[in-house]
Design a protein around this ligand. Structure first.
Ligand code: CA
Length: 221
């Protein structure tokens, strides 16, 4: 799971990034609107946390522009403005949720989990597939009721697959979801993590779709 953080305040941005990384998200951090627009056209994000008061333009214009381009990334607006007019304007410009500063990091994490979940088409907080249960709020993963320990990136990859079980994920999309700017990705890392997940959950848990990528469930099942 990869998210874009758009925030110009260094201290706050640093805190949010650290908090989201602890929750196993790969986090790209853009400090102005121009960087944010470039990032959103170059990468696919599972969610975007967007501050409204940016140095070069209003966050709402960033939001309006990406929605005009047909970009449906779930966006949570962060705002110091707590008037209802501002909230209405944000939602009308295509925001999916908003949080007023100052806010609790735990609440931000919970709201991002909910946005990602809804974007995956499920309202259920607990993900399950073939005896595997994944609880995004506690990061607990079990197979037939037994806890399965996972590394941070194994967990992140499993979360992406289970959030969109019928989607075919190409190797580069999965790579994109695991690594933020500046992270070094080895050449075969996605294959290695898939291999680890199959060892833990069974060889047929993740299907290889020849020439296309990986998938949990076929569309017809
Ligand atoms: Ca700001």
């Amino acid at each position: 799971m990869r998210i874009l953080l758009v925030e110009d305040d260094a201290l706050l941005g640093d805190g949010i990034r650290a908090g989201m990384m602890l929750a196993n998200y790969a986090v790209d951090w853009a400090q102005d609107g121009k960087m944010a627009l470039a990032a959103l056209s170059d990468h696919t994000y599972d969610a975007c946390i967007l501050d409204l008061g940016l140095p070069d333009r209003d966050g709402l214009t960033v939001l309006k522009e990406i929605r005009t381009r047909g970009n449906h990334t779930p966006v949570l607006v962060l705002t110091a403005r707590d008037t209802s007019e501002d909230k209405i304007a944000g939602l009308d410009h295509g925001a999916d949720d908003y949080l007023t500063k100052p806010f609790d990091l735990g609440e931000l994490q919970a709201r991002i989990r909910a946005l990602v979940r809804r974007a995956g088409g499920t309202a259920q907080p607990l993900l399950q597939y073939k005896g595997v249960h994944l609880d995004p709020s506690s990061k607990r993963v079990t197979l037939h009721g037994q806890d399965v320990p996972l590394s941070g990136r194994e967990y992140s990859l499993l979360l992406t697959l289970m959030t969109h079980p019928t989607r075919i994920h190409s190797k580069s999309q999965l790579e994109d979801s695991l690594y933020a700017w500046g992270d070094e990705a080895g050449s075969n890392t996605v294959e290695v993590f898939i291999h680890h997940l199959r060892k833990k959950f069974g060889s047929d848990f993740i299907k290889t779709v020849r020439g296309l990528g990986y998938q949990l469930a076929s569309n017809d099942t």
